[in-house]
Ligand binder design. Structure first.
Ligand SMILES: Cc1ncc(COP(=O)(O)O)c(C=O)c1O
Length: 460
């Protein structure tokens, strides 16, 4: 039961109103105002016949939390509304969301194309785990060159993949251009919007087919729990390509029965991904964690606006420091992605970005060890500001040459700028840079920093 008969998700209300109210369950037995945590594995059947009808999907009721749960459903409805989708599925983490979203489309023997700049965990998932399932990923060299995408299309290509604000290089892709290409080729475009959230961009409005998020990050904001979500735009025409996507186009219960598309229309993909992929593989989100995500979502716009403001201030400050060789923040006019940022991200470009120190590894180490307000952590999109050295952590498994090619230089430091007061963040960075300068003043340290210039591989 919701508080209003007016539908959410079609801009009947503003973003902030929808983030608070869309999907909420109000009332119940005690008049609870907040959607309760339905912490239950399953749901009672009234009778023998009732159980049979539920399993047959005849009364639309709930069966078991691995398939659906009221708390999760309320949060899914909120995310569907915020992203302008038709249906959503919550799962246990961002990695689970990416996995089930793609396994809803791909099978062994299939191939998919991806933008080259992605979260490193997605790349290893695709290159190593998906390869073991017989699914091949191919990364384009230049995501802005549509011919580079087109010439890699094969008879078994089944999807296009990318990220809105790639982590950590922030080298933005032109979502509308890639979505148009995917449409021409009859392929669904799956996009990870973790670093942007629907407050900064709604990829479905720009032609993407399916959106995934690590909801552990900005969507939750509190950093207390993991979650992931798959949101279906409902626009991809699965029925038009029965040979490419037989899972949606073969009778579900044998000859004469309807196909998934005939039965579920534009939510066929999400139904399949919920029931046959996530429901069987089992990476379900606990209703407790769905509740925590719900609490975070209610303040999403306020947090992301503050994150983006703070990040721009920090990026500008960093750009003015002589020790900094470059700042990978598209909100800066000097950044190569600035034109795309202006076109697609009028509200800001988030707060996860890298900057590279001239002094290489030694300076990165000193700086990271000197910050006090920033937490040294592998996480992002938290209300707290975080710092990480990708070269020796998230990207340490790559060769020095591969890291150099990706721009993950020894001097690269990644920030996830939080929502603290900007003066406090700048003061913390200023004292850390002062510590850095002090090491440069010492003759021994000068020799070390000269040895570890940005152009040297990490192993040097
Ligand atoms: C862009 C992006 N997608 C997905 C993930 C994976 O999310 P999770 O840690 O919730 O599995 C991350 C994690 O950092 C990420 O940055």
């Amino acid at each position: 039961m919701t508080t209003t008969a007016t539908p959410y998700g079609q801009d009947h209300f503003g973003f902030a109103t929808e983030q608070v109210h869309a999907g909420e369950i109000v009332g119940g037995d005690f008049g609870a105002r907040i959607t309760p945590i339905y912490l239950t594995a399953g749901f009672v059947f009234d009778s023998f016949d009732h159980a049979q009808a539920r399993f047959a999907g005849e009364d639309g009721g709930l069966v078991y939390t691995r398939y659906a749960n009221p708390t999760n459903a309320a949060v899914e409805a909120k995310l569907t509304a915020l992203e302008h989708g038709v249906d959503s599925l919550l799962v246990a983490s961002g990695q689970a969301a990416i996995t089930v979203a793609l396994l809803g489309i791909l099978k062994s023997g299939d191939h998919f194309l991806s933008a080259p700049s992605l979260y490193e965990g997605s790349k290893t998932l695709f290159r190593e785990n998906f390869a073991r399932f017989g699914i091949e990923v191919e990364f384009v060299d230049d995501p802005h060159d549509i011919e580079d995408w087109r010439r890699r299309i094969r008879p078994n290509t089944r999807a296009i993949y990318g990220e809105t604000i790639p982590n950590p290089k922030n080298d933005l892709i032109d979502i509308g251009q890639i979505a148009a290409f995917a449409r021409e080729e009859g392929l669904p475009f799956v996009i990870d919007s973790t670093a942007s959230t629907p407050y900064l961009i709604r990829p479905l409005d720009h032609g993407a087919s399916i959106v995934v998020h690590s909801a552990s990050k900005f969507l939750s904001g509190h950093g207390a729990s993991l979650a992931g979500v798959v949101i279906d735009g409902g626009t991809f025409d699965w029925a038009r390509y029965p040979d490419k996507f037989p899972q949606f186009n073969t009778p579900i219960g044998g000859a004469g029965s309807p196909t998934l598309v005939q039965k579920f229309g534009n939510t066929a993909y999400l139904e399949y991904t919920r029931t046959i992929i996530a429901g069987r593989l089992g990476p379900v989100l606990s209703p407790l964690n769905a509740f925590l995500l719900q609490q975070g979502l209610e303040t999403l716009s306020l947090r992301v606006a503050q994150h983006s403001r703070n990040a721009l201030t920090v990026a500008r400050w960093l750009e003015a420091q002589p020790e900094v060789a470059s700042v990978d923040y598209p909100g800066l006019p000097s950044n190569p992605s600035h034109a795309i940022a202006r076109r697609y991200y009028p509200r800001g470009t988030g707060s996860v970005f890298g900057f590279t120190l001239h002094g290489g590894l030694a300076d990165a180490r000193t700086l990271i060890d000197s910050v006090e307000l920033f937490s040294r952590m592998s996480h992002l999109g938290d209300v707290r500001s975080l710092v990480l050295h990708p070269g020796t952590t998230s990207h340490a498994h790559l060769s020095a040459e591969e890291r150099d090619r990706l721009g993950i230089f020894p001097g690269l430091v990644r920030l996830s700028v939080g929502i603290e007061d900007e003066d406090d963040l700048l003061a913390d960075l200023a004292q850390a840079f002062a510590a850095l300068r002090a090491t440069h003043a010492s003759p021994v340290s000068v020799a070390v920093s000269e040895l570890s210039g940005a152009e040297l591989p990490l192993s040097a």
